[in-house]
Write a protein that binds this ligand. Structure first.
Ligand code: 13P
Length: 347
């Protein structure tokens, strides 16, 4: 795998039929995920869990890159290999979440701005030396009465653009993730309006900041009905609205769009991804960059117990395989509804 320059990293991440595993939960988020299953959120459990994920046999068949958290990129496996070496040996690219999470935005009650720009240039140099080949920055936009506001959307767009420019300067592929949360009772129509406005603001900011669109990936949510909206759009409508929204807002120069799962149940996310990829005739490569929708079944199976590791890895492999089939437009096996993963899907 030649990833000596930024274009070859983009191409490797977008290898046909593969997606990106987001395993970059902050301390707070991973604690929430583990505690929801009564697994103590100790250093040892976090390390063991991340090792379980990245050492899943056959992971590289369906996964091109893994997004790590600062703690993990510095860690070694139980056999002494660094996590990044373990990924590289499998032909999987290590990536890193570089934002420092969202904090309340002054003057904008209920809204948040993602921080982490101050020392970013220095941190990127260090992450590259630790083996990272790509980066991620997540902005969070809550939906409610009167929000997200233009002020919040534009402040986050400027931060994303500065992050992208610095990543490209460091030879790292930026993944820009402006996430419109699915919490709320809003309709799919309102979600589409907000995602469209957000993406227009983002691409304006990227142009102002002279970011090279060919050397970045967009990570977005699907256009969905709010989680508590009484009328839930089916997969075909989600696909239609998502593709219409992206077609109106994302320049063709962007090589790839990778979807987050955002708290959707694992199989539902796969089904919707499949519908989107089957209906797409857009210029970009579409694939998945799921966190919860890849990990939830594995985490539930593991339960913090060593003997459960092989079964948990099988669960991750299955989700990765199904999502690989989804992006290739292959029809999916009928889902039986399965176990509910709601408890680990909550933010
Ligand atoms: P989810 O797929 O769980 O939304 O996670 C994706 C991600 O990278 C969040 O920042």
């Amino acid at each position: 795998m030649n990833t000596s320059n930024i274009e070859s990293t983009v191409a490797a991440l977008l290898t046909y039929g593969k997606g990106i595993l987001a395993a970059d939960e902050s301390f707070r988020t991973i604690e929430k995920r583990l505690k929801a299953l009564n697994i103590p959120a100790t250093d040892g459990n976090r390390r063991a869990y991340r090792e379980l994920l990245v050492s899943t046999p056959g992971l590289s068949e369906f996964i091109s890159g893994v997004i790590l958290f600062d703690e993990t990129i510095r860690q070694r496996t139980s056999s002494g290999t660094t996590i990044t070496e373990l990924l590289e040996r499998q032909g999987i690219l290590p990536g890193i979440k570089v934002d420092k999470s969202a904090v309340p935005l002054a003057n904008f009650p209920g809204e948040r701005l993602t921080q982490g720009l101050d020392d970013l240039r220095e941190r990127l140099i260090e992450y590259r030396a630790l083996g990272a080949r790509f980066t991620k920055w997540r902005a969070v936009l809550a939906v409610g009465e009167g929000i997200p506001s233009r002020g919040c959307i534009e402040a986050n767009a400027r931060a994303l653009a500065l992050f992208a420019a610095l990543s490209q300067e460091a030879g790292l592929v930026p993944i820009l993730e402006p996430e419109v949360l699915m919490d709320g009772n809003h309709t799919i129509g309102r979600c589409e309006e907000i995602v469209a406005f957000t993406l227009r603001s983002l691409f304006d900011a990227l142009s102002d900041q002279r970011v090279l669109l060919e050397q970045m990936l967009l990570k977005t949510g699907m256009v969905l009905s709010g989680a508590t909206c009484p009328e839930q759009a089916d997969a075909d409508l989600v696909a239609e609205r998502t593709l219409r929204c992206l077609g109106r807002t994302v320049p063709a120069a962007v090589p790839g769009i990778v979807f987050l799962s955002g708290g959707q149940e694992a199989e539902i996310a796969t089904e919707r991804l499949n519908a989107i990829c089957r209906a797409s005739d857009g210029p970009w490569t579409l694939t998945f960059s799921f966190g919860r929708a890849l990990q939830a079944p594995a985490l539930i199976t593991w339960k913090g117990i060593r003997d459960n590791i092989p079964a948990a890895q099988e669960a991750l492999h299955l989700r990765a395989h199904d999502n690989s089939r989804a992006v290739q437009g292959t029809s999916l096996p009928n889902f039986d509804g399965g176990e509910s993963f709601a408890s680990v899907n909550e933010r």
